[in-house]
Design a protein around this ligand. Structure first.
Ligand code: ATP
Length: 306
């Protein structure tokens, strides 16, 4: 009994710990990380939020001493503008997001938000001003309403409905058995990837942060879902400083700047037109995606898995 009980109990505790950590910290990028070396400096002040500009200044970082994952990265995201990170798997895109959220401290250089080094301000104040729409949203085992309201605890029902409408999920919610009171998550109604992402968008709209981090889903969605999600994402990013990890280059052709990351370095930068004109790495990624699109006969329907 003891042998059986211990691992089950351990698993339950561990699972709850990671789930809590995951959602509380909006730690969408690094589910399994439960410990942290990062702590607030004694007497650290709160972040004074201005218009939400972001700057990476000569940032180098490695998860361990043996290898640098980011090597001398510098870029700025002007208030209200959109910068996209693209590049092959393992290039360091998610790591950039984690450093901005201060899940880790940089080895060299600095990450600044509105001119303040993220190391010097409280983590709570930093994170409360950043909204995250992750690739895979984990929902609480609770109602749809609760899952959206998590973005702002004191939101009214009307605010929640407005956010859901702007996230293009309201009509869908009304088709659920108990509408906004429907239980979702592992023990409730299972939602599709596209639905969960729109719940995350509604939550972020309600949170109304100055800065938004988006991690675009890699999974294929059907054209309609894709269009709805793009429209909802557009509303989340509007007038907010946005950093997006893009997998489909078609979604970032209007980004103010695109940073092409490879092996921890920015190898190309510019807007879509600039980068095509450079006829380099980005241009070949673009060409590749056009060819893939033309050779894909049927798009999968990710909404159909309830
Ligand atoms: P993808 O598009 O596949 O998500 P990415 O560009 O976001 O890739 P990162 O997740 O930032 O890449 O990873 C960059 C490098 O850092 C990779 O080589 C990865 O193996 C390594 N790495 C990521 N997370 C950790 C970690 N927690 N500990 C050690 N190494 C890590």
């Amino acid at each position: 009994i003891v042998q059986l009980y211990v691992p089950l109990n351990w698993f339950g505790t561990y699972y709850r710990a990671i789930q809590k950590n995951f959602i509380d910290m909006e730690n969408m990028f690094d589910l399994m990380r439960v410990d942290s070396d990062v702590c607030d400096a004694p007497g650290a002040p709160d972040l004074l939020v201005g218009r939400g500009d972001i700057e990476f200044k000569h940032v180098s970082f490695g998860y361990g001493p043996e290898r640098l994952v980011l090597n001398n990265i510098s870029f700025k995201v002007a208030p209200g503008s959109t910068v996209a990170l693209v590049g092959p798997s393992g290039a360091g895109k998610s790591t950039v997001m984690r450093l901005l959220f201060r899940f880790y401290d940089v080895n060299e250089g600095a990450v600044l938000v509105d001119g303040q080094n993220v190391r010097t301000v409280t983590q709570a104040s930093l994170r409360s001003n950043i909204g995250v729409v992750p690739q895979d949203t984990v929902l609480f085992n609770n109602t749809v309403r609760y899952n959206i309201q998590y973005g702002r605890q004191n939101a009214t029902s009307a605010d929640i409905i407005t956010a859901a409408k702007n996230a293009d999920i309201h009509d869908r919610i009304l088709t659920f058995p108990d509408a906004y009171d429907t239980q979702v998550g592992e023990r409730g109604l299972r939602l599709s990837g596209g639905e969960k992402q729109r719940i995350a968008i509604a939550r972020t709209l309600l949170k109304d942060p100055t800065i938004v981090l988006l991690d675009e889903a890699t999974s294929a969605l059907d054209t309609n879902t894709e269009r709805n999600i793009q429209a909802a994402l557009g509303r989340v990013c509007a007038n907010r400083t946005t950093l997006i990890i893009a997998h489909r280059l078609s979604t970032i052709i209007h980004a103010d700047e695109i940073l092409v990351l490879k092996d921890g370095q920015i190898i190309e930068r510019g807007n879509h037109e600039d980068l095509l004109a450079q006829a380099g790495f980005y241009a070949s990624m673009w060409q590749q995606q056009l060819e893939n699109r033309n050779s894909t006969p049927n798009e999968t329907n990710a909404e159909g898995n309830n």
